[in-house]
Design a protein around this ligand. Structure first.
Ligand code: NDP
Length: 487
């Protein structure tokens, strides 16, 4: 009896995915490279351990592994992103047949995936780059899966991938076809970026509660718990309340013992780099990434904080009012973050010709993944109601939400500034909102400066768009050229 699917890579994600697939009645072959003395016994350990008695066959030889899978073969790679994926593809090609399907479930760079799709298709092999979110738990019990690449293979892998995906509240699987090329991995990357933003926003809410209300961990946990019953209902809010209440073996709150230096694996950074390439603002995620960078510079911050001294706060805040302001800031800033993230998806889709369905993407993030939340339903609805919506903040529902939150949001940012407490993501979101809604920005001065020193030209408000003028600002020549400007 041949297997329905093969899985390569038996680290945390691979093991759990293999068990998840098997639990849905598929037969699975597994393979892990063997490096003498280091990873020897990985396959044996899994097959005789967690996979004992299950329809999972283990292989240390890649040819035997490939031959154990029924055709067209479906082989999922859950290995470290980067070169290992290319190396494995080269090892697999000699044993594959036309029509076989490779699925890369790792966090690969979307441009690598686009290249791999082209390379594989040139060999008549299908290639799917599938972003998988949900960590260990999602891999075992249901992940959010974002497959893209060779569309011709989708109907073959769809039954398996949708069976192992998380189910949203309405029962639909959190796995839908994303689009061609590297689009699946691009969408996963933006998902991760949004995750960075959400985490930073929640941390700012915690920080203000802690410093201006002097709330206890239990009190803060209770606020988050209440929020988790309303519009902010989400996995990250839920775990935040659990984290705040958690006590270590010694009976102390663990949160108070964790060093304030945040790590990262790079997907937030990639989101920002790609947004910059597309020339699309992704301010909130950029702020979240930079805040992690600054947090990691602990020694520098310790030195700086010993040089500058803060004025002591009067702390005359009414809990009820301040909580309303923090809630509004978190909610409105989150809206801004998703508006920016979806805008990047929209522009990438236009640039690369992916024809992304933004409503469908919002829906498949409702379950399984780290950013799962109730509010993604509203985002899906907004894109369904207006397929050409240029920015989520222009959708009638979100406009009303922002208008209601604004008085509280701006008051909180002002209070934090007065109290000398950093809320970089709350204020970045507020400033993006103000810029977005300003008809005349000071970019006229930027254009004047660029033309003054660099003859970069400008458009005039009293002439049609597209007519570029250059002014002889210093009056030294009839027509100042870019060769004689002043730096
Ligand atoms: P790792 O990212 O730590 O990858 C380890 C696996 O990659 C091992 O099976 C390892 O084999 C294999 N590997 C490394 N180098 C090579 C190579 N040159 N050739 C063949 N195999 C190699 O494991 P995870 O399970 O955490 O993640 C797997 C993928 O899923 C990654 O791309 C990750 O980014 C992504 N991912 C991870 C999530 C998580 O929460 N951990 C969530 C979502 C996606 P060996 O045992 O021999 O070292």
């Amino acid at each position: 009896n041949k297997s329905d699917i093969g899985l390569i890579g038996l680290a945390v994600m691979g093991e759990n995915l293999a068990l998840n697939i098997e639990s849905k009645e598929w037969r699975v072959s597994v393979y892990n490279r063997t490096v003498a003395g280091v990873e020897e016994g990985v396959v044996e350990g899994f097959v005789s351990g967690r996979a004992h008695g299950k329809k999972i066959m283990g292989f240390n030889n890649i040819e035997d592994f490939v031959n154990s899978i029924s055709q067209p073969r479906k082989i999922m790679l859950m290995v470290r992103a980067g070169n290992p994926v290319d190396e494995l593809m080269e090892q697999l090609y000699p044993f594959l047949s036309p029509g076989d399907i490779l699925i890369d479930g790792g966090n690969s760079n979307f441009e690598d995936t686009a290249r791999r799709v082209r390379e594989s298709e040139a060999k008549d092999i299908y290639f799917i780059g599938a972003g998988v979110s949900g960590g260990e738990e999602g891999a075992l019990h249901g992940a959010s899966i974002m497959p893209g690449g060779s569309a011709g293979a989708w109907f073959e892998v769809r039954p398996i991938l949708q069976s192992i995906a998380a189910k949203a509240e309405d029962g639909s699987p959190c796995c839908e076809w994303i689009g061609p090329g590297g689009s699946g991995h691009f969408v996963k990357m933006i998902h991760n970026g949004i995750e960075y933003g959400d985490m930073q926003l929640i941390s700012e809410a915690y920080f203000i509660m802690k410093h201006l209300l002097e709330a206890s961990n239990e009190e803060m946990a209770a606020y988050f718990e209440t929020w988790n019953e309303g519009k902010l209902k989400s996995f990250l809010i839920e775990i935040t309340s659990k984290i705040l209440k958690y006590k270590d073996a010694g009976g102390d709150y663990l949160i108070d013992k964790i060093l304030d230096t945040a790590g990262q694996k790079g997907t937030g950074k990639w989101s920002v780099i790609n947004a910059m390439e597309l020339e699309m603002p992704l301010n909130l995620i950029a702020t979240a990434v930079f805040e992690r960078n600054l947090s990691a510079r602990k020694e520098l911050r310790m030195e700086a904080s010993s040089i500058y001294h803060r004025e002591a706060s009067q702390k005359t805040y009414l809990a009820e009012e301040l909580i309303k302001e923090i809630y509004s800031s978190l909610y409105a800033s989150k809206l801004v973050s998703y508006a920016q993230g979806f805008n990047v998806l929209k522009y990438a889709s236009d640039k690369y010709g992916w024809r992304l369905n933004l409503a469908s993407i919002a829906r498949l993030w409702r379950g399984g993944c780290i950013i799962r939340s109730a509010f993604l339903n509203e985002i899906a609805k907004a894109f369904e109601e207006d397929r050409h919506l240029s920015n989520l903040l222009l959708a009638p529902y979100f406009k009303d939400e922002i208008v209601s939150a604004l008085p509280f949001w701006k008051r909180l940012v002002a209070v934090a500034a007065k109290e000398e407490l950093p809320v970089p993501a709350f204020s970045s979101a507020l400033n993006y909102f103000y810029s977005l809604t300003t008809n005349n920005l000071p970019a006229n001065l930027v254009q004047a400066q660029r033309d003054y020193f660099g003859a970069h030209t400008f458009e005039r408000i009293d002439l049609p768009r597209g007519v570029f003028m250059h002014e002889n600002w210093i009056g030294k020549a009839n027509s100042t050229k870019s060769g004689n400007y002043i730096i």
